[in-house]
Design a protein around this ligand. Structure first.
Ligand SMILES: *Cc1c(COP(=O)(O)O)cnc(C)c1O
Length: 397
């Protein structure tokens, strides 16, 4: 006999029959119709829907300009390129992020410098950022981990003291706000991703927002082979003059139609993410073996993910075992992230080592991302809560 309290890992009945993923896109009939309409039209790429998506997006995040790109990674590359990063330049970023936040620096020949995170918020620590400054620092590239806004006022103060550019990686933070000011219009550049696990999707896609018309124009040029558009616009000519370095990082009209349609649901989808996070908070507040995802009064959390932290002092089992136990219960937990400076490539190329960012490393060993996406039902959330309860009860000291 195996009762419901026997872990699925040990042959018991799992909390759910089917795996609940940690994130999932949402595509509705209006989205499909919007894409079909573009398919029947004249422009599959380089057309008017891209512009409409950019304008709606810029307005939504309170930025002057938005430039659509083929991925969030392309958006980061464009921002780092237009910020002028060259070989020898240093860019300070967070180790607790997806690889793309640091890889974009390498594309331009720059050197990533990993400053530690704040142990509570898990966002780039302004004091550690200041301590990492050198004569070669050019850019600070914070990421809003999980969707919780970074201490941008303090990061901007550090940047101003040295005339540095700030690029926010807001791949987790579409809809986040600092004291009512949306993330997207606060720095020289802010980048977003439209990968299917993110707040809105275009399949693959990304955006850079800026308040500077000249920077927006340079981003557009970089996206399109470095071609100067004005020559073509001024004279009816066949000429497409390449005036600067560039690539093909364009987003298509098909994708833009999907993005534009998804953007209309953003508020509803953020609200649902908040509701699920609130359920997790209520359930786990009474569980001393876990630490809740941090929040900040006055700042809007975008809840891209719900990172739960395990208190190893109160648990017999390590994170790996608890991860496996939850997967066996059909809860699709994840880990965000293995710190970037501990990836083999970074260790070999830059000599980064364990011990360089102790707060990020300690947190990374405790983190477990719980499922969180708008289409999750209350029943799905209850399954997550039940499974975490079941596994923690078994694993507690
Ligand atoms: C998703 C993500 C990216 C990259 O986005 P893609 O659209 O997948 O290229 C960059 N940074 C962070 C923090 C992300 O989560």
């Amino acid at each position: 006999m195996t009762g419901p309290e026997t872990l699925a890992l040990h042959g018991g009945r799992p909390v759910r029959e089917r795996m609940l993923p940690y994130g999932r896109h949402e595509v509705d009939e209006a989205d499909i119709q919007a894409v079909v309409e573009v398919l029947r039209g004249d422009w599959l790429t380089n057309g008017p829907t891209v512009r409409r998506f950019e304008e709606a997006f810029a307005e939504r995040v309170g930025a002057g300009f938005a430039v659509a790109l083929s991925s969030g990674t392309a958006a980061l590359h464009a921002a780092v390129h237009v910020a002028g990063i060259q070989p020898g330049d240093e860019v300070i970023t967070s180790p607790l992020t997806f690889l793309a936040s640091a890889n974009c620096i390498l594309y331009c020949g720059g050197t990533p410098i990993f400053a530690d995170v704040d142990p509570e918020t898990l966002n780039l620590d302004p004091a550690a950022t200041e301590a990492a400054l050198t004569a070669r620092t050019r850019v600070i590239l914070p990421i809003h981990f999980a969707g919780l806004p970074c201490a941008m006022d303090r990061i901007h103060a550090v940047a101003r003291s040295r005339n540095l550019t700030v690029i926010e990686d807001a791949a987790h933070a579409l809809g986040a706000a600092i004291g009512g000011r949306p993330v997207g219009g606060l720095s020289e550049f802010t980048t977003f991703s439209f990968h299917p696990v993110k707040h809105i999707t275009t399949g693959e896609g990304g955006m850079v927002t800026t308040n500077d018309a000249d920077l927006a124009e340079r981003l557009r040029r970089f996206r399109n082979h470095g071609i100067e558009r004005e020559v073509r616009q001024r004279q009816a000519t066949w000429r497409q003059d390449m005036v600067t370095f560039g690539a093909n990082y364009r987003l298509t009209d098909l994708q833009s139609a999907l993005g534009l349609s998804q953007l209309r649901r953003l508020d509803a989808s953020l609200k649902r993410r908040e509701e699920i996070a609130a359920r997790y908070h209520a359930a786990f507040a009474a569980m001393p073996e876990v630490m809740l995802a941090p929040t900040q009064p006055g700042n809007r959390h975008a809840w891209h993910i719900y990172p739960l932290r395990l208190d190893r002092d109160r648990l017999r089992e390590d994170r790996e075992t608890i991860f496996q136990a939850l997967r066996a219960e059909n809860i699709g937990v994840m880990v965000h992230y293995l710190p970037v400076h501990l990836h083999p490539y970074y260790q070999e190329r830059f000599g980064t080592r364990r011990g360089m960012c102790p707060a990020a490393e300690a947190a990374a060993a405790q983190l477990l991302t719980l499922p969180l996406f708008p289409r999750m039902t209350d029943g799905d959330a209850a399954d997550v809560i039940a499974a975490v309860g079941k596994v923690i009860q078994w694993a507690r000291r």
